[in-house]
Design a binder for this molecule. Structure first.
Ligand SMILES: O=P(O)(O)OC[C@H]1O[C@](O)(CO)[C@@H](O)[C@H]1O
Length: 278
C-alpha cells in the first residue's frame, strides 16, 4: 500500500497488486476505486465529486453511519451521518498473496462524537470485502450502510436479481412506504428503495457483459438507487449526464431494520462484492 496526497490534498492509500488496483481515502474511510485484474473499474466515481474535509465524496463506497438518510436534528445534522465526513486512521495493512487487507479506525471523540468507535477492514483482491464494527459506550439505535456506487454500461438495460418478494419503502417522489417487489428490479425513472429482510443480490449489466454480486452478513436491508435526470441535475457534486452509468447496491441497516445496541455493545456489518462474466 502506498500513502499519497490525493485530490483536494486528502490522504489516499493506493493498492496495486497482481489481483487488483484500488484506492481508499482516510477522509470517511472512503473506497474510491477497485478494479480486479482483467476488469474495467467496478466502482463508479462522479467527475464532479468534491474532495474536501467537510464534504462527502460522490461515488465509490461512502460509509454511512450512525444514521441513514436525512432529517436528523431538523436536517442540521449531516445526511447519512458523520462517519463519511470524518478523518480515519490507518491501523493495519497486510498483503496475503496479492490480497491486501487494510484496517482503519474512527475515534468518535476526535470527530466530536465521544462514545462511538469504529473499525473497518477492507480487503482488496479478486473480490472486495468490507467489515465495519461499530462500538458504543451508550445505548444507540444504529443505522448504517455501505452506500456502494457500481459502474454499469447502461442503467436502462440493468436488472437487479435477488429481491423478488421483498417488501420495500419507496423513497422516490410519489413513492409509498409499503410495496412488494415482483421479479427483478428494472429502471425506468428515479429509483430509491429500501428493501427489508434481504439476502444477497446481483446487478446484471449486459452492456458490460458482467454481473456484480453483493453477499452480506449483519445486514437486514438492501438499498437500490439511481437518481435519474432531475435528481442528478439537482446535485452539485453529480454530473447532469452521469446517471446512466451507475447504480447503487447497498448493504444496509435502517428504518425498521435499525440495530439497537445497549451501552458497551457492538455490531458488525459485512459485505462482499464479486464480479462474474455473463
Ligand atoms: O446525496 P447523499 O446524501 O449522498 O444521498 C444520496 C442518496 O442516498 C439515498 O439515500 C440512497 O441511498 C437517496 O435517498 C439519495 O439521497
Amino acid at each position: 500500500v502506498t500513502v499519497t496526497e490525493g485530490r483536494g490534498g486528502l490522504t489516499a492509500l493506493t493498492v496495486d497488486t497482481a489481483r487488483c488496483r484500488a484506492e481508499v481515502y482516510l477522509h470517511g474511510a472512503h473506497v474510491t476505486a477497485w478494479q480486479p485484474a482483467g476488469q474495467s473499474p467496478v466502482l463508479w466515481m462522479s467527475e464532479a465529486s468534491a474532495f474536501a474535509a467537510d464534504q462527502p465524496i460522490r461515488g465509490g463506497i461512502p460509509v454511512c453511519a450512525p444514521w441513514f438518510g436525512t432529517g436528523r436534528d431538523g436536517d442540521k445534522a449531516p445526511a447519512h451521518g458523520w462517519f463519511r465526513v470524518s478523518p480515519w486512521q490507518l491501523t493495519g495493512a497486510e498483503d496475503n498473496d496479492g490480497t491486501v487487507r487494510l484496517t482503519l479506525h474512527l475515534d468518535g471523540a476526535a470527530a466530536g462524537h465521544p462514545g462511538i468507535e469504529a473499525d473497518y477492514v477492507v480487503g482488496f483482491g479478486d473480490e472486495l470485502t468490507l467489515e465495519l464494527t461499530v462500538t458504543t459506550a451508550e445505548d444507540l439505535v444504529l443505522e448504517e450502510a455501505f452506500h456502494t456506487y457500481l459502474a454499469v454500461g447502461d442503467i436502462e438495460q440493468v436488472t437487479v436479481e435477488g429481491l423478488d418478494g421483498c417488501s420495500y419503502v419507496d423513497k422516490a417522489p410519489g413513492g409509498s412506504p409499503d410495496n412488494t417487489q415482483s421479479g427483478d428490479v428494472t429502471f425506468t425513472g428515479e429509483t430509491d428503495r429500501v428493501y427489508a429482510h434481504t439476502g444477497s443480490a446481483r446487478v446484471v449489466d449486459p452492456a458490460n457483459g458482467r454481473a456484480i454480486t453483493l453477499a452480506k452478513a449483519g445486514s437486514g436491508a438492501t438499498v437500490v438507487w439511481n437518481p435519474w435526470t432531475a435528481k442528478a441535475a439537482a446535485m452539485p457534486d453529480f454530473g447532469d449526464d452521469e446517471w446512466p452509468g451507475m447504480v447503487c447496491l447497498e448493504a444496509v441497516n435502517a428504518l425498521a431494520g435499525a440495530v439497537e445496541l445497549a451501552a458497551g455493545g457492538q455490531h458488525t456489518l459485512q459485505a462482499t462484492y464479486s464480479v462474474t462474466a455473463l
